[in-house]
Ligand binder design. Sequence first.
Ligand code: UDP
Ligand code: MG
Length: 312
Amino acid sequence: MKLSLVVPCYNEAENIAAFQDAVLSAFDGCGYDYEIVFVDDGSKDATLHNLKKLHAAQKFPVKVISFSRNFGKESAIYAGMEHAEGEYISLIDADLQQRPEIVLDMVKILDEKQECDVVAAYQDRRGEGKILSFFKKCFYGIINHLSDVNLHSDASDFRTFRRSVRDSLLELAEYHRFSKGLFAWVGYETTFIPYTACERHAGKTKWSFRKLMNYAIEGIIGFSTKPLRYSIYIGSFTAVAALIYLLWVIVEKLIWGIDIPGYATIIVLTLLLGSIQLFCIGIIGEYVGRTFEQSKDRPVYIAKEVLKSKDN
Ligand code: UDP
Ligand code: MG
């Protein structure tokens, strides 16, 4: 098997058939074996039903893994990689925003450049809203500053890579997964190619602003302990500022005999210091929470059903 397409699906019922057709027409006459590994991430619509139909028809090797509930895209990718048999593995969304034709180009690059292990597509920014663009830039600026890995600002999860990379990624069985960071962490020679994301074929994006914020925090906390260091800096800074203010108050009172109007100052400082403390405790809490989650050693996903391809 030359290539495995790993496709996470969450409520993508209307996209499944179209996705298979797009793959069939793109790979028609490509000259090598390939399979699709669909992962149904606990969908609430007819996704699993439609996947089973494809599996029964088996126009080419199709595997279906269905989760016992929604575990998230990262877990779906993990499960898909586990079941992938190809020499190359490709991660691609089910909504046809990422055209299967591009996978052909990625495979070609891997074939031609032996030294290259990963081909990652990054999104051509043209056509993206200014506000979203700004937030993304801020996020990558912060994460690259804070974390030990360096992320390409527009790189997506749309990638094709060699089996050795897949093996390394599977070794990182952490519960909180942040693919872009994991790819950067395992290293390997990566070639970036631009692509323009198409409109969704059907359905809605699963991302909300809240989910994006959580994703951003995941990325920062998962790959760096610098926020903890920064809370020490903030604490030291406020301590020094408080000391200077204290000296100033003493001088005012003892030398110039000025009465200190305290009420407003006390309220403001209490609130300010209280919020800084809460903020820092929150940061520590994030790390403690992750340690707790990981110490339970729960699996990344639970598969309810695994349908192997018919020739297996
Ligand atoms: N997805 C998933 N589990 C989730 C959310 C999303 O498997 O909990 C899948 C989804 O079906 C799609 C891919 O991840 O194939 C990307 O999701 P989406 O299109 O919503 O993200 P966007 O393209 O808007 O970034
Ligand atoms: Mg999408």
